[in-house]
Design a protein around this ligand. Sequence first.
Ligand SMILES: [Fe+2]
Length: 355
Amino acid sequence: MNIYLPTLIYSEKDCVMKRGNILASTGKKAMIVTGKHSSKANGSLQAVVDAFEKAGKPYVIFDDIEENPSVETVMRARDIGVKEQVDFVVGVGGGSPLDACKAISLMIANPLVGAEVLYENVMLPYLPVVTVPTTAGTGSEVTPYAILTLHQNKTKKSISHKIYPVMALVDYTYLKTQSENVLINTVVDALAHLIESYLNTNANDLNRMYSEQGLRMFSQVKDSLRKPDDSVYKTLSNIAMIAGMAIAHTGTSLPHGLSYSVTYELGVPHGKAVGIYLGGYLKLYQNKEESKRVLDFMGFDDYDGFSAYLKELLGDVQIPEELVKRNAAQIFENKAKLKNYPYDVTKDQLEKLLG
Ligand SMILES: [Fe+2]
């Protein structure tokens, strides 16, 4: 399958209110999955609650999703969802609640099995998932991916199940309450998705349409990230979604693979942890015609100009030498992590990806 995207998308201002009836009619009773703070601050949680109240539909709220959600949190939500007999799940917030809600939908639909099935290659049913993203980053609103923290492995890992949301309600105005840092880090994550999908073993002409369009849109807003207006927020919101469509078909590549330990061990936000590898990734990529095309889409003349742009945007990130070496060695030994990179790569090249 080259193209598969089953998510019904509404991307517009006030879409939760405008499409509240469709949202509430997804099932009989919903579990609304969100974090502790931001969805309350930006009004997204209230908009979802209002939709259910207006439709007279029952719901239960689980608002305890942490950043980089753990399997343990997913299982706590599962217990509540089973007890409350919910039959669909609505994720509200950034990538963490959206990823978590997919895993929760699977676990509620399989109340008698343990958390280990999240990482087993078995076909299992799951409840319908609706997403209401409030950041422009992971693209989780349209992807089938759910990345959870595995404390015993000291890293983050995507679950084995592909759970596409049935509907995404994307309102760019929720981005306005974000801090500059959060906005930048999440947008760089989306940028990484576009680049890693375009320069990927699984890339083809069909799914590259998404990356190319997203990169061209990025070129229009790349110098406005510190002073966004409504039209920039709207463009960023759509870039993140298009980037999600791109990786839904290809997966990510080396920058993402190398980033997870950096986030787990040093607490560096996901987008920033990925972004520090992007300049090196473009430079390393053996097909220069393709990597230069990516630079061109983004509106950069050369690799150094792109690296300097990222450095100015993200600031300095110090990674201890020991972690750089261990990380490169681990990725090098893990064939699954290397499979989305189409060329041979050495341990030394992986170490130097930081630039
Ligand atoms: Fe990402």
